[in-house]
Design a binder for this molecule. Sequence first.
Ligand SMILES: NC(=O)c1ccc[n+]([C@@H]2O[C@H](COP(=O)([O-])OP(=O)(O)OC[C@H]3O[C@@H](n4cnc5c(N)ncnc54)[C@H](OP(=O)(O)O)[C@@H]3O)[C@@H](O)[C@H]2O)c1
Length: 238
Amino acid sequence: MSTLTGKVAVVTGASSGIGHAIAESLLNQGARVFGLCRKIGRIPEAATPISCDVRNPQRIAHAFEVLQEAAPIVDILVNNAGIAYLSSLIEGPVEEWDEMWEVNVRAMAICTQHAIRMMPAEGGRIVNVSSLSGHRVPPTGGFYSPTKFAVKGLTESLRNELKAANLPHQVGSISPGFVDTPLVNSYFRGREDDLSALRESTRMLDPEDIARAVLHILEAPPHVEIGDVILRSADQKV
Ligand SMILES: NC(=O)c1ccc[n+]([C@@H]2O[C@H](COP(=O)([O-])OP(=O)(O)OC[C@H]3O[C@@H](n4cnc5c(N)ncnc54)[C@H](OP(=O)(O)O)[C@@H]3O)[C@@H](O)[C@H]2O)c1
């Protein structure tokens, strides 16, 4: 039996890519999974859907109220929902910056606040999905990369607050390079030749590679807190 059997896990953005794979792997370990996203019909069949546009703080609050009725204790939160546009700082558009900030950063903080209130006295675990772009700025980093640097700040700031408040919950992050998901298409929108070249030169990671690493964080013994895991394709150049 896995240490995750029977745990209650919330995965944001469970309808696609990395979040879908994380939800599947938690279900395979016997966890009870709640998927927060807009396209709830696409989450793994055995997960419980909670419809939520995480850009809207009231919708997030409502989603956690719905969750509380079904499962008063939350053991695990995986903050995975994210958007990537190649949005230049010189040219914008600002609307894309807003969406990336609200989904990649603000929603992560709000979901965390709600989840912590529902975590068990013996301690829950939070995993924030960051990116290699939160560790180094690629030439096309635009506004996306700064949102992932903010995830690093959020993760470390939360860890400080949890320690100061003597709360036993653990927080860590995972920072993948290119993963073959629909997000890559939106990041390369308008630069399809670059995406084709990337596909030819690089065997991107699969969402399941990330899910395995998330399980590693979540299954670590209680005295081990994994701060961040960087994963990239063995042949990713930058
Ligand atoms: N793919 C990569 O190369 C890569 C690399 C490093 C880091 N990441 C990070 O990994 C995470 C997952 O990305 P992915 O590659 O799996 O992308 P994806 O396949 O496009 O999935 C994105 C997920 O985010 C959810 N989401 C987006 N906006 C939302 C909103 N307003 N409200 C609720 N949910 C929302 C989507 O759900 P709905 O549309 O159903 O709402 C979807 O489930 C992101 O944080 C991303 O930055 C990805």
